[in-house]
Design a protein around this ligand. Structure first.
Ligand SMILES: [Zn+2]
Length: 406
């Protein structure tokens, strides 16, 4: 090797080294993605697929005549025990098959919702579902009628990214609504924000949704709540004159796309990241909302974060934790109960400084009530819509009265 080529060799080596370091320090961690594919069981003429947005099916095997095992693995662990799964099955001939659900991590698969067109959904009949039994060491299993018309088998009736995008875009056409992109997810999906109401109003309500991908009734509740704010009624118009409602319908679009149980693509529970702010998604939300709250004369009256869990419940501050407006939560929940006297829901008041949830961050940062608004996984969409709309009306009544008295 002559001097010149040795020099080139050294320079190249340095660059390779440098490139390696840059890549290592800058490439953010991503959870491993499931492989999107079709599983073809040719002899049986049956095909399983996870090749679509929101799917989760990590493996599929043929066990014995008419019996298949679907393996479901979360994106990382430890993780919340609320498994999400979603796959499609097609069969050349009409036949009855059994699908057993093998969960590789703790959690219980819920009875699926099924569809034959992706639009109309129904719960699988009770007598076609057997829950897992740990004593007998048997898996949960579903008896399914399959055929040339593809059957969709989902943990819950889905609300997809497409559904949420078309809802957002429709709403954004209203004259009092503006849509912006406040950032991008780790995989480059836009994080959209709606601003509804008089752009000169200094009073704000902040609303988040879909931090946790499988929490679909939370999405349904958010849409109905926001639709009520945007509707053509005297009460809503007065509210929009006095308030801007800032809505971020999908905090975790990558998680929804990849059928995650809980995390961002970066492998972090976004609703434990409002403090560390390690994720590009939560940072975008912090920066957008904190910037709005710092505008001259801006006043934040309420922060709501829509989720789903096993019951209808509000996670709130305690009444002794002073908020602006004073005792908003107590007054609002009383209003909801009066609006729906037979509606059964819970309130869990608490303030854990060390749990970096959005509600705690919002309360500390804006001084308003920060509320995690949870609907049951199995509360019907119709009921969620009615309750969320009534809850929006009750919020509007209180906040309009607050501004009138100022
Ligand atoms: Zn949640």
């Amino acid at each position: 090797m002559n001097k010149l080529s040795f020099f080139i060799f050294l320079t190249a080596l340095a660059f390779i080294n440098l490139g390696d370091k840059v890549a290592r320090s800058e490439a953010p961690f991503k959870v491993p993605l499931q492989t999107r594919k079709e599983w073809n069981f040719e002899k049986e003429g049956v095909q399983f697929s996870n090749n679509f947005s929101g799917a989760r099916l990590n493996d599929c095997t043929f066990l014995k005549d008419n019996v298949y095992v679907a393996t479901i693995t979360p994106e990382n662990s430890p993780i919340n025990r609320s498994p999400w799964y979603a796959f499609k099955i097609t069969s050349q001939k009409k036949q009855s098959i059994e699908v057993r659900f093998l969960l590789t991590h703790p959690g219980a698969a819920s009875k699926p919702n099924i569809s034959f067109d992706g639009k109309k959904w129904k719960a699988l009949e009770k007598d076609k579902w057997t829950a897992a039994n740990s004593e007998k060491k048997t898996l949960a299993s579903a008896q399914l009628e399959v055929g040339p018309n593809t059957i969709w088998v989902f943990a819950h009736h889905p609300v997809s990214l497409d559904d949420l995008n078309s809802w957002t875009n429709t709403l954004a056409k209203a004259p009092h609504t503006k849509i912006t992109t406040i950032g991008k997810s780790l995989e480059g999906r836009p994080i959209k924000q709606l601003a509804i109401g008089n752009p000169d109003a200094n009073n704000f309500v902040f609303i988040l949704g879909r931090q946790h991908p499988p929490e679909i009734t939370g999405s349904v509740g958010l849409m109905s709540f926001v639709d009520t704010i945007a509707m053509d009624s005297p009460l809503s118009k007065t509210f929009r004159n006095n308030f801007q409602t800032i809505v971020i319908p999908v905090v975790n679009p990558d998680g929804v796309e990849h059928g995650h149980w809980r995390s961002t693509l970066g492998g972090v529970d976004p609703n434990r990241d409002y403090g560390p702010f390690t994720q590009i998604e939560t940072k975008a939300i912090r920066d957008s909302l904190a910037t709005i709250a710092k505008l001259p004369k801006a006043r934040v009256y309420l922060f709501l974060d829509f989720h789903s869990t096993f019951e209808d419940i509000f996670y709130t501050q305690r009444d002794e934790d002073q908020t602006f407006p004073l005792l908003f939560t107590k007054r609002w929940l009383n209003g909801i109960q009066e609006h729906f006297p037979d509606y059964v829901f819970k309130r869990d008041p608490g303030h854990n400084e060390n749990l970096p949830t959005s509600k705690t961050w919002a309360y500390k940062t804006f001084g308003c009530a920060g509320i995690t608004y949870e609907f049951g996984y199995n509360t019907s969409f119709e009921k969620v819509r009615v309750i969320a709309s009534g809850a929006a009306e009750e919020m509007i009544k209180i906040l309009v009265a607050e501004t009138a008295s100022r």
